[in-house]
Write a protein that binds this ligand. Structure first.
Ligand code: MSP
Length: 505
């Protein structure tokens, strides 16, 4: 079984911020989870390098678009290992192999009769690289996303006959499924039921893009070139051979709501126009927001200046803490505010106290009372009952990309284990030789519970969980089958030094 997951490809007009890391970490958690299930996973991310936003930013900095793209693409590429993203490939749309495949694909769309030449006039946002519809224009002809004045543009373009896919797209949206969560499904469907207009497919004024093969005076409008990355990458980025036939269509495409229209309407229509299969599902997440200078919670974005630098956070607290925080604090699928104070508080109470302390205490007690050897005893059936069905719940939730809800279920067990320590008070049992068997049971149960949550937390916090698994002396690995309570061995423990989440000065 294959699982092909994508993130949006990021614009190279600026350096990466936490918003970009967020989508990538979300996709990474799912990719790692599906690897735990033994699936053939392909995880793609990359950079969107053509178009006006990049050309404009380059002009401003006095460099060529290619120079700017190289510089910033390198930053995005470096972000990936730093956030522990396990992407199988990093696509850059300036890659000649991508450009060639875009041309071949679009030639098919042309040959199938879905394009024509016409005159375009409309309000255009150079930052979105998008012509705005009447209902997408903010006061004073400004862009509601970037809050900058829109340009009135008129030019001769090639058009894509989006309108001719009205019926097929209505069918796609007849039943829920293609887009999740349901609010986004409804929003996407309303774009379609509102009636589709043809869209411009090429630009004549720009040169920074992929040449239109049947009219080289034009380059493709950047969105057509960009969306196709999900498809072209499989032909050259998935190993020695072309793996398109095995991996296409994508299983899951992750993106934020700002680019819903392109992915939910134009993208499936393009695929239909070329006779290709549609992705199975798009999952639309919300925005990470942060207080701006005016005190409002606004979408974190470079242009508004309210960004949290992921590198700074990771340098201080570690990558896993950042990965955890993003998906704990903001329910995947909704908007949510992040802040340094919120981060520090969760680090302290949840990572250092709930999980870190549980690990340190469990290991310390096994070391002290049982000379490092996890007792062979059977685990406590009462505790086992509370872990029953947990792996299945996590699998079901992650099948729906409900990353935050799955994490919550796991964390409930982390907290349960802490209560178990308090209830059983192993330090009291240790004083009474008649309670030796009970102490064996309690220590074994704690080690086992900790092992189970650690297997399930692995996709969220890969480094921490590897370290803890080693310290527990468990070699059962991270396959999802290993998440059954009672399946662990009687490992020999090692003290965690430093602790998993050291207290910050
Ligand atoms: N290049 C286009 C996407 C083309 S996909 C074929 C683009 N790039 S972008 O650099 O603006 O990145 C957009 C994506 O980054 C969003 O869809 C989202 O996944 C992520 N995010 C950027 N800022 C974000 C937040 N503040 N919060 C959450 N995600 C954010 O659009």
């Amino acid at each position: 079984m294959s699982f092909y997951v994508t993130t949006p490809i990021y614009y190279v007009n600026a350096a990466p911020h936490l918003g970009h890391a967020y989508s990538t970490i979300g996709a990474d958690i799912l990719a790692r989870h599906h690897r735990q299930r033994g699936e053939d996973v392909f995880f793609l991310t990359g950079t969107d390098e053509h178009g006006e936003p990049v050309a404009l930013a380059a002009e401003k900095e006095g460099v060529t678009p290619k120079e700017l793209a190289d510089r910033n693409a390198a930053r995005f590429e470096a972000l990936m290992p730093r956030i522990n993203a396990s992407n199988d490939f990093f696509i850059r749309t300036s890659d000649p192999r991508h450009k060639e495949r875009v041309q071949a694909f679009m030639q098919r769309v042309h040959d199938n009769g879905h394009v024509y030449k016409g005159l375009y006039e409309g309000w255009y946002c150079p930052r979105c690289a998008d012509f705005k519809g009447e209902n997408e224009i903010a006061e004073g002809n400004t862009c509601p996303i970037h809050r900058i004045p829109l340009d009135r543009e008129e030019e001769e373009n090639w058009f894509f006959r989006l309108s001719s896919f009205q019926e097929q797209l209505e069918e796609l949206y007849a039943e829920p499924g293609f887009v999740a969560p349901s609010t986004r499904f409804n929003e996407a469907r309303s774009f379609i039921t509102g009636g589709l207009n043809d869209v411009s497919l090429s630009r004549a004024k720009l040169t920074w893009g992929v040449e239109v093969p049947w009219d080289p005076a034009h380059v493709f409008y950047v969105w057509f070139d960009a969306l196709l990355n999900y498809y072209t990458a499989l032909s050259f980025g998935a190993g020695e051979r072309d793996r398109t036939a095995e991996l296409w269509p994508a299983t899951l495409q992750i993106l934020a709501k700002d680019i819903l229209k392109f992915h939910a309407v134009i993208w499936p229509a393009m695929l239909l126009a070329a006779g290709e299969a549609l992705p199975q599902k798009l999952f639309i997440h919300g925005y990470l927001t942060m207080k701006s200078e005016t005190g409002e919670d606004l979408k974190m974005s470079k242009s508004l200046g309210n960004v949290l630098d992921p590198f700074e956070v990771m340098d201080k607290f570690g990558t896993d803490a950042l990965r955890y925080y993003c998906f704990r604090e903001v329910s995947f699928g909704q908007d949510g505010a992040v802040s340094t104070a919120g981060f520090e508080s969760r680090y302290e109470t949840e990572l250092a106290n709930d999980y870190g302390n549980l690990a340190s205490r469990t290991i310390a007690m096994i070391a002290r009372y049982r000379d490092r050897a996890t007792p062979e005893a059977e685990a406590d059936p009462a505790l086992a009952a509370e872990f029953e069905g947990l792996p299945g719940e996590v699998v079901d939730l992650l099948d729906r990309a409900e990353i935050t809800q799955a994490l919550e279920r796991i964390w409930q067990r982390v907290r349960r284990l802490n209560r178990y320590v308090e209830e059983q008070a192993p330090w009291k049992l240790a004083k009474d030789p008649e309670q030796a068997d009970r102490l064996d049971t309690v220590l074994r149960s704690l080690a086992e519970g900790l092992r189970v949550v650690t297997v399930l937390l692995h996709p969220y916090m890969p480094e921490t969980t590897e370290r803890l698994m080693g310290a527990l002396g468990q070699d059962g690995g991270f396959a999802i089958e290993a998440a059954g309570f009672g399946g662990g061995g009687a490992g020999s423990v090692t003290t965690l030094d430093p602790p998993l989440f050291p207290k910050q000065p």
